[in-house]
Design a binder for this molecule. Structure first.
Ligand code: A2P
Length: 271
C-alpha cells in the first residue's frame, strides 16, 4: 500500500462513458501512473474500478481517490440513511471494487458539511473504508479547522491550480501544516496551453505545453492530476516527469499575470 500521494495522477472528471473511462485508467496504469482520481459526482466510480481490475498493475501499488458529493455529507449513526457520508462511502468502495479507498475527500465545504461530516470520516477511517482523508476546494481556514477536529490523518487539499491560478498562498500554507496540494485542472482545461510563457518554455525543452504545465506544478511542490481520455495524451502528460524545469523556467511561468478561476460554482466558499 502506498503511503504517499504519487507525483502525478489521472483525473477522470467528465470521463463518464464506460469504455473510455476504463481504457483511460488501464492506459494510465500501463504508462506508469499510480494515482487515479475520481468522485461520486463524476458517475464513473464503477468504470474506474473496472479499469483497475483490467490492469496488470497490482491494486496495492495504486493510490485510489474519490470524493463525497455535497448531498452526502450528513452523518446518521444508525447507518441507515443512504445519502449519508458513511453509507455513500461504503457504496463508493463497492463501486470502485477496492478494499479501502486510499484517499477519501470532502468534495466541497458546502451544503451540510459540518462537524458531523468529520465524525463520519473518522468512523470511515476506523472501519478501514478510507486510509487517508482529504478535503477539496477548502480555504486555508477551513483546512486548519478540519485538520484540528479530525482524528484521522488529513493529508491533502485538492484545488484548482494552473499558471492562471498559481495558488501561491495555498502552497505555502500546505507546506506549513504538512499536507499536500493536489492540483486539479493543471492545464487550466486547456487554456494554459496557449500562454506564450508556457509555449516558450516548451520550445526551449522540446516538450509540449501540457508537459510544461504539469512539470511546473510538480516543481512547485503540488501533485497534479491532469485529465485526459486520450491514450496518447495520457502518455504525453506522464512524460512531464522527465522534464526538468530550471528556476528560470519556473519564474517565467510564475510571471504570467493574468488570473482566471475556471471552477467557481455558487456553493464555493469565499475564496
Ligand atoms: P482530452 O480528455 O480529450 O485529452 P485539465 O486537466 O486542466 O482540466 O484539462 C483537461 C482538458 O485538457 C481536457 O479537455 C483534455 O482533453 C485536455 N488535455 C489533456 N491532456 C492534454 C494534452 N496533453 N494536450 C492538450 N490537451 C490535453
Amino acid at each position: 500500500m502506498l503511503d504517499e500521494i504519487p507525483r502525478i495522477g489521472l483525473g477522470t472528471w467528465k470521463n463518464k462513458e464506460k469504455r473510455s473511462c476504463e481504457t483511460a485508467v488501464e492506459t494510465a496504469l500501463d504508462v506508469g501512473y499510480r494515482h487515479i482520481d475520481t468522485a461520486q459526482i463524476y458517475g464513473n466510480e464503477r468504470h474506474v474500478g473496472d479499469g483497475l481490475e483490467a490492469s496488470d498493475v497490482p491494486r496495492d501499488e495504486v493510490f485510489v481517490a474519490t470524493k463525497l458529493w455535497n448531498s452526502n455529507l450528513t452523518y446518521e449513526e444508525s447507518g441507515k440513511h443512504q445519502d449519508d457520508a458513511v453509507m455513500s462511502a461504503y457504496r463508493s468502495r463497492e463501486l470502485l471494487n477496492v478494499e479501502s479507498i486510499d484517499l477519501l475527500y470532502v468534495h466541497w465545504p458546502a451544503e451540510e458539511y459540518d462537524d458531523e461530516t468529520l465524525e463520519a470520516l473518522d468512523r470511515l477511517h476506523r472501519e478501514g473504508v478510507a486510509r487517508y482523508i482529504g478535503v477539496s476546494n477548502f480555504t486555508p481556514e477551513l483546512v486548519r479547522e478540519a485538520k484540528r477536529k479530525l482524528d484521522a490523518p488529513l493529508i491533502a487539499n485538492q484545488v484548482e491550480m494552473h499558471p492562471l491560478l498559481p495558488q501561491n498562498e495555498m502552497l505555502e500554507f500546505a507546506d506549513d501544516i504538512g499536507i499536500d496540494v493536489v492540483a486539479y485542472s493543471p492545464l487550466g482545461r486547456g487554456k494554459a496551453l496557449d500562454l506564450p510563457e508556457v509555449q516558450e518554455v516548451a520550445e526551449k525543452h522540446g516538450a509540449t505545453p501540457a508537459q510544461v504545465c504539469i512539470a511546473w506544478s510538480i516543481e512547485r511542490g503540488a501533485k497534479p492530476i491532469p485529465k485526459s481520455e486520450n491514450p496518447e495524451r495520457i502518455r504525453e502528460n506522464y512524460g512531464a516527469l522527465e522534464l526538468d524545469l530550471d528556476d528560470e523556467d519556473v519564474e517565467k511561468i510564475n510571471s504570467v499575470d493574468e488570473r482566471e478561476r475556471l471552477i467557481d460554482p455558487d456553493f464555493a466558499p469565499d475564496w
